[in-house]
Design a protein. Structure first.
Length: 267
């Protein structure tokens, strides 16, 4: 674990150097967040009672989504991993005396967390001081806030574990572009990246809530906004833990099988 924590720290510090790229992305997310909120405001003005979430909950959901986007979105792809497989430089990775899955997992987690650290503070400085009703508000109590932080950490683990399966698939497909576009977009959609899951048809919700996508951004953002609370939040966090265990087991098994058959050509 000391080795993995060192890998995490190195990648975290390295990612913090890209401040200007992060600032450019943050401006984009501010504009996109305002656009989303204004679209929802137009719909809520017609009939607010027809929607499954209060407008204040939607506002908090969207601002938290924009602030934590690199943490939750599977569209953020770490090209270092897929390039190593496609180019054959994975051979250098295999001679290191460190488990490949564990090292990649902590590197991916550190990169996502560092990107969020650069984004969230300026995002919160704006979102918390906007005029009503476009201002993000804190959860109603400390317990809800604590559940949110727990859920965020677990959601990060679920996202990284799922993204590891996407990287491992490159051993078999030999190209990462299809996996990134197709699987990434589908996963983000069913995780609530486009619209929150409560806006989905109820029959579809009954299926999605038990899939790993619902254990990603859906859970912490709905807990923060107050749409999920109490025992429902505890059950959601329990499902997150369950999916972390399942995805880690699948990831370790698939990478072991992939590495047992990998062939690196060239001299």
């Amino acid at each position: 674990m000391k080795t993995y924590l060192s890998v995490f720290r190195i990648r975290f510090i390295a990612t913090l150097q890209y401040r200007f790229a992060t600032l450019a992305g943050l401006v984009t997310q501010f504009v996109w967040g305002f656009m989303e909120i204004l679209v929802y405001a137009a719909f809520y003005k017609v009939n607010a009672a027809a929607f499954p979430m209060e407008f204040s909950q939607i506002v908090s959901y969207i601002w938290m989504q924009q602030a934590f986007l690199p943490l939750f979105s599977l569209s953020f792809w770490d090209w270092e991993f897929s390039d190593a497989i496609e180019s054959g430089s994975i051979s250098y990775e295999l001679v290191r005396p460190v488990d490949l899955y564990g090292r990649w997992f902590f590197q991916a987690a550190a990169k996502r967390l560092a990107r969020v650290m650069l984004r969230c503070i300026p995002a919160f400085l704006v979102a918390f001081f906007l005029p009503e009703p476009y201002r993000m508000v804190l959860p109603p109590d400390f317990v809800q806030l604590l559940l949110f932080f727990m859920s965020v950490l677990l959601a990060l683990c679920v996202v990284v574990a799922f993204s590891m399966l996407m990287y491992i698939s490159v051993f078999y497909t030999l190209s990462s572009r299809g996996t990134k576009l197709v699987v990434g977009l589908i996963a983000d959609f069913f995780a609530g990246m486009v619209i929150p899951l409560p806006f989905f048809p109820e029959a579809l919700q009954n299926v999605i809530r038990f899939l790993p996508f619902a254990a990603m951004q859906n859970m912490p953002l709905r807990i923060y906004s107050g749409n999920i609370a109490g025992m429902e939040a505890v059950i959601g966090i329990t499902l997150q833990v369950l999916w972390i265990v399942i995805l880690l087991m699948i990831g370790k098994f698939t990478i072991r099988r992939a590495l047992s058959k990998v062939v690196v050509q060239g001299g």
